[in-house]
Design a protein around this ligand. Structure first.
Ligand SMILES: [Zn+2]
Ligand SMILES: [Zn+2]
Length: 222
């Protein structure tokens, strides 16, 4: 068994699609300790709690990739249900956490709440779950405070809405910038290595190598 496969055998993950935006709420856990993190609980908290019970893991933290409603709508409710801290996003998305109720109302999302994070994240910070450490990369463009979680050991990243399988995040929302987004992807994500696989905020995941070679926003076709 290679070192790489050994590392992957030590981690578990499931995706729970939530909200009308089919956002990929992701539960990742360390198999050795069964300690878990919930990334981007956008809503449908009952379904997230059912998935947690089903896997039998102990959630230690909630991580947020950015402040958009489909990623944070269920954060306050899940935090109260599990009594765990929220880490992320970057402070530049802080203003969105104060307007969750307003944003939710636009899409008919009821029961969402404004909240404060327990820890804003910045470039170079590290977050941990069980035995795994993830580096925090600040990748503005889709939103000003988007962050990516990267595990060097697992060769795995959660990229939020920065990069998608065959596409990139939209940049027409407050604080968005397409030029900044492409710069984030080229300067922060591509250097992680072609072998790094990722989960993104919507749709199927991919790998950095696959996107570097075929994603039209990166190859320059778009
Ligand atoms: Zn978003
Ligand atoms: Zn999203």
């Amino acid at each position: 068994m290679t070192q790489d496969t050994e590392a992957k055998a030590k981690v578990g993950a499931i995706i729970v699609p939530v909200t009308l935006f089919e956002q990929n709420c992701t539960i990742i856990w360390c198999e050795a300790t069964k300690k878990a993190v919930v990334i981007d609980p956008g809503g449908d908290v009952d379904r997230i709690l059912a998935a947690i019970r089903h896997t039998g893991v102990t959630v230690e933290k909630i991580w947020l990739t950015h402040g958009h409603i489909d990623h944070v709508g269920g954060a306050a409710e899940l935090r109260d249900a599990l009594k765990v801290p929220i880490e992320g996003p970057h402070q530049a998305d802080g203003f969105m956490l104060d307007h969750v109720v307003e944003s939710g109302a636009r899409f008919g999302m009821v029961g969402v709440r404004n909240f404060k994070t327990d820890r804003f994240l910045a470039e170079g910070d590290q977050v941990s779950v069980g035995e795994f450490v993830f580096d925090v990369l600040h990748c503005p463009g889709h939103s000003p405070g988007s962050v990516v979680f990267f595990s060097k050991e697992l060769r795995f990243a959660h990229v939020g809405d920065v990069l998608f399988n065959g596409s990139v995040g939209r940049t027409d929302l407050p604080g968005g910038s397409h030029a900044t987004l492409i710069k984030s992807i080229k300067e922060k994500l591509l250097p992680l290595g072609d072998d790094v696989s990722f989960v993104c905020g919507h749709g199927a995941g991919s790998s950095i190598g696959q996107e570097r070679m075929t994603n039209p926003f990166i190859t320059g076709e778009l």
